[in-house]
Design a protein around this ligand. Structure first.
Ligand code: HEC
Length: 133
């Protein structure tokens, strides 16, 4: 399996367990969904499909609104600065929303800016909290 089919298989598992009413995702599970939507956004941008960008950004926002993202700071493996992590998450949610609105409005230039801003948030948080990525 290549990496993207691995990720969609994991995304599918995530969806199935979501439908089963299971709760309490790990941050890693949330991140796989984020990665899945990020790849969908990247592919849609290449073809100028702003409707897909909007729906994938909205889906990403729903995953990141999941409490398990914020609950990361309460796990035993979390050793970083909790306030900083939560601030980066809040900033990330704002960038996801701005990307979704830009894409829904059909403004291609603003959508590209929103996507670049989103990517930067991934990198900043990983550099601080997951440097091995
Ligand atoms: C606020 C912090 C934060 C933001 C923003 C963030 N991540 Fe992450 N990400 C993490 C942390 C922490 C982990 C490690 C999770 C774990 O393994 O428990 C991680 C792990 C990952 C992983 C690896 C999962 C694995 O273990 O194989 C991927 C892929 C990923 N993130 C993608 C993204 C993408 C794409 C974005 C932006 C669209 C993003 N993340 C934004 C904090 C963040």
């Amino acid at each position: 399996m290549d990496r993207s089919s691995q990720i969609s298989a994991i995304a599918l598992l995530g969806l199935l367990s979501a439908c089963g009413g299971e709760e309490g995702y790990t941050l890693q599970q949330v991140m796989y969904q984020v990665e899945y939507e990020e790849q969908a956004i990247e592919a849609a941008l290449e073809t100028g499909d702003l409707a897909t960008v909007a729906s994938s950004a909205t889906a990403m926002g729903r995953w990141c609104a999941d409490p398990s993202f914020a609950a990361e700071v309460q796990t035993r493996s979390f050793t970083g600065d909790a306030d900083q992590f939560l601030a980066l998450r809040a900033d990330f949610l704002g960038r996801i929303d701005r990307l979704a609105s830009a894409a829904s409005s059909g403004d291609a230039a603003l959508t590209m800016q929103g996507y670049a801003a989103l990517r930067m948030a991934c990198e900043v948080c990983h550099a601080r909290f997951r440097p091995e990525l």
